[in-house]
Design a protein around this ligand. Structure first.
Ligand SMILES: O=P(O)(O)OC[C@H]1O[C@H](OP(=O)(O)OP(=O)(O)O)[C@H](O)[C@@H]1O
Ligand SMILES: Nc1nc2[nH]cnc2c(=O)[nH]1
Ligand SMILES: [Mg+2]
Length: 168
């Protein structure tokens, strides 16, 4: 187990922001499809990749969607990643024309495992940290390594005190 703290900064992503960033990712991917096959399938890395993968699949009109499940984090602590559910390999083959989508790349360990499994797939994430950047083919926004990204599915709206309280 590697203790990944401290993450000095927090980057809070709303549903609206995620939707816009995932659409921007689809926009970038549109012109990158292999000429012979086009983008023939999307594989979402569960669970964080599922929302961005749905948006990318919708924008690029891809109806064949599968998942790969790689388990490595427990809260903010990382252990050795392993595949606990693989996509249909008859469909995926070596990964040519397949778009693998995740919400973010951090250390790149998750993508290392995924890439070994589908060496010719195109790997895309919405967000990327510097350490993981070499593992990803296309991404939208880079954040620093000491930033923890908070996604909308991990958050809830909360009351906050006004700047000037009763005691001022
Ligand atoms: O580049 P790495 O250091 O490997 O980290 C990136 C991975 O970590 C998070 O997933 P997590 O394993 O927490 O599971 P989840 O998607 O189910 O939340 C995130 O969604 C990426 O898949
Ligand atoms: N939510 C979230 N999960 C992660 N897994 C690895 N890095 C991160 C991160 O910054 N945010
Ligand atoms: Mg994940």
């Amino acid at each position: 187990m590697t203790d990944r703290l401290p993450h000095e900064k927090g980057f809070h992503v709303s549903w609206d922001q995620l939707h816009r960033d995932a659409r921007a990712l689809a926009w970038r991917l549109q012109s990158m499809a292999p000429e012979d096959t086009g983008w023939r399938a999307v594989v979402a890395i569960t669970r964080g990749g599922m929302a961005p993968a749905m948006i990318v699949a919708r924008e690029l009109d891809i109806r064949t969607v599968d998942t790969i499940s790689v388990k490595s984090y427990h809260h903010q602590t990382q252990s050795e990643p392993k595949i606990i559910k693989a996509p249909d390999m008859e469909l995926i083959g070596d990964g040519t024309g397949v778009l693998v989508v995740d919400d973010l790349v951090d250390t790149g360990k998750t993508l290392e495992v995924v890439r070994k499994h589908m060496p010719k797939a195109h790997i895309a994430t919405v967000y990327a940290k510097p350490m993981g950047r070499p593992m990803v083919d296309t991404f939208v926004t880079e954040v620093s390594q000491d930033t923890w990204i908070f996604f909308p599915w991990d958050m809830a709206l909360q009351y906050v005190q006004p700047l000037r309280g009763k005691d001022d």
